[in-house]
Write a protein that binds this ligand. Structure first.
Ligand code: ARG
Length: 301
């Protein structure tokens, strides 16, 4: 499997700090150690689409669990190849969406805010991920309000950007601010295809800065678009086509962006900005309405 991952690497660029959005801040890469990226994943052993809780899901169409597994193994191998510390949580039989680990919680400064799912179909995943956080030694805060983890809560610099409209309750935004002691900025999602924030908004540089993110404006209401323009004047604004292949559901360690290969224009924009890019096809997971980022939960200690 590692071979397959290695072969699939399609580096279309290397990080060039002098061309990055925050050039001044990032010139020291070669000299300073970069903190290791640690992520949690869940092997899609029980992946299928057996219910419909987002417009991408079509339970009447057969899924290919072996293909989902093979694509996931490639993503896993790419992360290992990038030097990430990759941890695994055991998949629960009967919970086909558990592969979307990003929804399992939010972990910042060693504290995990557990997930509380909107739909009963996924309810048991919250405690399963919670048990994993506890066993792994994280401080665990049990959520009071519905939140779907990093699907809707994304850290950029010192600020949490929080989606609402379809899944996460706005009261969970205040709860996250309290638990993490960070500023939380609420963003209103309006397009049912982009029901989680991580389908419409991507963190390219976790350190923050005016060009630290990419997003699809049409997925947000006018007020949220205004907030995004103000906070990220140099953001990558993606096309409808690139968003429609879940191109924004990518994962970046700040230097290399792992993305859907179908999002071609987006990949070219990233390379142009000096990011390394690696395409990994997770087309089978897209049938459940998720992609690369959905399958990846960042563990920040
Ligand atoms: N079928 C899952 C759901 O609707 C997909 C979740 C995708 N995850 C994500 N982080 N966007 O809940």
């Amino acid at each position: 499997m590692l071979d397959r991952g290695a072969r699939s690497l399609r580096r279309t660029g290397t990080a060039r700090p002098d061309r990055a959005p925050e050039a001044g801040k990032r010139t020291g890469w070669a000299r300073h150690a970069v903190p290791m990226t640690s992520v949690l994943m869940c092997r899609p052993e029980h992946f299928t689409v057996s219910y419909r809780i987002n417009p991408w899901m079509r339970p009447e169409q057969a899924t290919d669990t072996r293909l989902a597994l093979a694509q996931w193994e490639t993503l896993h191998a790419v992360y290992r190849d990038l030097g990430f510390d990759v941890r695994l949580v055991d998949p629960l039989p009967g919970y086909p969406d558990m592969v979307y680990a990003a929804n399992g919680g939010t972990v910042i400064d060693g504290t995990a805010l557990t997930a509380r799912f909107r739909h009963t179909e996924r309810a048991a995943e919250g405690p399963a991920y919670g048990a994993w956080f506890r066993a792994a030694g994280f401080a665990v805060h049990e959520a009071r309000h519905v939140n779907e983890g990093e699907g809707d809560l994304l850290l950029v610099g010192d600020t949490v950007y929080a989606g609402t409209g379809f899944r996460t309750d706005p009261r969970a935004h205040a709860e996250a601010a309290e638990v993490f002691g960070r500023e939380v900025v609420s963003l209103q999602l309006v397009d049912p295809r982009y029901y989680h924030l991580d389908t419409a908004f991507a963190v390219l540089d976790p350190a923050g800065g005016p060009g630290a993110v990419a997003y699809l404006p049409g997925a947000f209401d006018d007020a949220s678009q205004e907030v995004l323009r103000f906070r990220f004047p140099d953001a990558v604004v993606v096309s409808d086509d690139d968003a429609a292949v879940l191109g924004l559901n990518c994962f970046s360690d700040g230097r290399t962006v792992v993305h859907a290969p179908q999002a071609e224009k987006f990949a070219a924009d990233l390379a142009e900005r000096g990011f390394g890019t690696v395409g990994v096809d997770t087309s089978e997971l897209r049938r459940g309405g998720g992609g690369i980022k959905c399958a990846t939960l960042e563990l920040r200690s």
